[in-house]
Design a protein around this ligand. Structure first.
Ligand code: THU
Length: 132
């Protein structure tokens, strides 16, 4: 799948964001190794702490349907900036990603930058990277 199509799916899901507290909508679309795509939006909560980010919504949908390996993830916040995943989402992405997995930060369908997993979470905690 072309990355602009993946971004389009993230943009469509972004419209479902439930953001009464921040008013900041985020959409994500995760491309899995079997080429299936799962989308997610941020879902806020009155407690604030129970808010779920768009990336985690998408990944939890994929994993709960039996998919495990992320090929790429596209994230769209507002159109003025590239929205980078928060720390918790970086840790959740890397659980199901590889070091060279593409993290696509998009302002729009044809306006995006690509980061690698290892760039956005170097020296990540994982069961394969225990420092002895
Ligand atoms: N948010 C995401 O959905 N993904 C991120 O990676 C950054 C933050 C959401 C959480 C909250 O609903 C809103 O953006 C403002 O922080």
């Amino acid at each position: 799948m072309e990355y602009n199509e993946l971004i389009q799916k993230a943009l469509e899901c972004r419209e479902f964001a439930y953001v009464p507290y921040s008013n900041f909508k985020v959409g994500a679309a995760v491309l899995m190794d079997d080429d299936s795509v799962y989308t997610g939006c941020n879902i806020e909560n009155a407690s604030y702490g129970a808010t779920n980010c768009a990336e985690r919504t998408a990944i939890f949908k994929a994993v709960s349907e039996g998919r495990r390996d992320i090929k790429a993830i596209a994230i769209v916040g507002d159109k003025e900036n590239y929205t980078a995943p928060c720390g918790i989402c970086r840790q959740v992405i890397q659980e199901f990603a590889k070091e060279d997995t593409d993290i696509i930060l998009a302002k729009d369908k044809n306006d995006y930058i690509i980061k690698k997993m290892k760039e956005i979470l170097p020296e990540a905690f994982s069961k394969n990277n225990l420092i002895k």
